[in-house]
Design a protein around this ligand. Sequence first.
Ligand SMILES: Cc1ncc(COP(=O)(O)O)c(C=O)c1O
Length: 384
Amino acid sequence: MKYNFDEIIPRRNTDSVKWDLAETGVLPMWVADMDFCTAPEITQALEKRAQQGVFGYPLTPAAFYDATTAWWQRRHGLAVDREWVVPMPSILTALSTIMKAFTAPGDKVLLQSPAYNHFFTAIEDGGCAAVTNDLLHENGEYTIDFDDLEQKAADPGVKVMLLCNPHNPVGRVWTREELLRIGAICFNNDVLVISDEIHSDLVFGEHVHVPFASLGPEFQLKSVTASSPSKTFNLAGLQVAYLIAAAPDLKKRVEKALHAQGVLFLNPFGVDALIAAYNEGEAWMEELKIYLFDNYRYLCDYLAEHLPQFKVTPLEATYLVWINVSALQRPAKEITAALLKEQHLWINPGTLYGASGEGFVRVNIACPREMLVDGLERLRAGVV
Ligand SMILES: Cc1ncc(COP(=O)(O)O)c(C=O)c1O
């Protein structure tokens, strides 16, 4: 390997949410943030920007749009016109912008639960109500309950569906067939699909990310895609993301809502990081994927040997492993609280992602192997 993912980077006292919200001695394996240095090409681009020494109001350069559209074409086979791209500071900004642009207080928004926790908060903060289409969980695997989706989408109060593609926290990469059915149901019911594709680059094995907007003209024009290099390249602190809206009226509404929130500029460090990531970061990312999947395999082997009562959900994408701990017959929140208190291990209870997450925990494995081993040993010590 050219890049060293085994290196332990001390992150305490670096103003890190992951590490500095955790008390001394706690191993944090919760928030979706990786304990690796980003690609060196990105750091070099940031150093170059810092050396400029003048940080006035920035323009978002053509290179931002070129890098983004080339990435989607090359990595995911999606032709994106640069006119469709709306730069954003983060996906959380994108979610609040979408709520402002496409819903009115009192509307309903569909999501598939368990669901990324900030989907719920964005909906509530937008004055709307979340309508959950619980995923089916059978034989350790998640699928979509299409009958339920059809019924819920038919509610005239439902205006938008927040789709997580690939899915955090259950790690599914939705197939073309699944996405086609979601689209058909939503379009029949005039439900706008927002496809959050932030996890689309970290997809493993034979699984292939299918961009929702790639499935045909209707999918392109009746959806908005949100994405960012921030998960793939560990750039969350630089606050850079974008929406892709092919329909001019949807794009206009997004831009208006964004400006109404006072967002007029992107941080140039974030912009430079995106450009370097998408233009020069691919080799680093390919190695990262190998390392992450090896971590996943290590975790599976470890649990099979030492904690066989825990069942690992197959990880098709992301570095967030969704583990069924229902054999313990205790609420997930109680399990994670005890692990934090007694073993100084911070992982998330499944119920953070909605009621259907009961019986599960989510573990972030994007860390050097040595840290993963430490975390697994703490987990084992806490439950046996
Ligand atoms: C599905 C999903 N969307 C959005 C985000 C957050 O993105 P951002 O940091 O750009 O707001 C995350 C972070 O884990 C996520 O998992």
